[in-house]
Design a protein around this ligand. Structure first.
Ligand SMILES: [Zn+2]
Length: 180
């Protein structure tokens, strides 16, 4: 009995020790926290879907890192990764997603550039943007339109993404940025 208790205690200690590993990257976690605050402030005005993004799925993905997806089908887990500079995609992106899901999981990776540069606002915007890809696929115009709407509803302003918007031909897309 004592032995079982000791094993239990060891497991408890191991579990507690594992918690910081899950939330090991404070910059990423702070970006998620601010993105969640922005999304929650905006949520009442977003309805059940906005720009083709299922709001309940988006909320679960952002806050629980697990969501039931009508887009991908089934329950999807979100794996948040912080690869090193050796990751080739980090040469081009500050953050990126691996979609479609593999074995029920989508990976969202934050590169050294994300961790080392930018502002809290930009990092939260990146999370809001990438989470659209996690939930609703690769469309850049959708991701920009959704993230800008959340920003403007939460803060009254949104980050200027005009250049990226035009580079992706988004004026011809079904999506739009908020009006100033
Ligand atoms: Zn994107």
């Amino acid at each position: 009995m004592r032995r079982i208790c000791r094993i239990g205690l060891l497991l408890l200690v191991a579990c507690l020790a594992a918690i910081p590993a899950v939330r090991a990257e404070p910059v990423v976690e702070a970006a998620f926290d601010l993105a969640i605050a922005r999304f929650e402030a905006a949520r009442p005005a977003l309805g059940s879907a906005f720009a083709g993004v299922d709001i309940a799925a988006y909320r679960d993905a952002l806050t629980l890192r697990r969501f039931v997806s009508r887009h991908w089908g089934g329950t999807i887990a979100l794996a948040v990764l912080t690869p090193g500079a050796g990751e080739t995609a980090c040469a081009r992106y500050a953050a990126f997603v691996r979609i479609p899901p593999r074995q029920g999981s989508v990976a969202l990776a934050f590169c050294p550039e994300f961790l080392g540069a930018g502002t809290p606002d930009l990092r939260a915007l990146t999370v809001l943007h990438e989470m659209v890809h996690v939930v609703a696929g690769a469309d850049e115009c959708r991701a920009m339109a959704f993230a800008a709407r959340v920003e403007v509803l939460a803060t009254g302003r949104f980050t200027d993404v005009g250049r990226y918007w035009r580079a992706n031909g988004c004026d011809a897309s079904p999506f739009s940025l908020p009006e100033f």
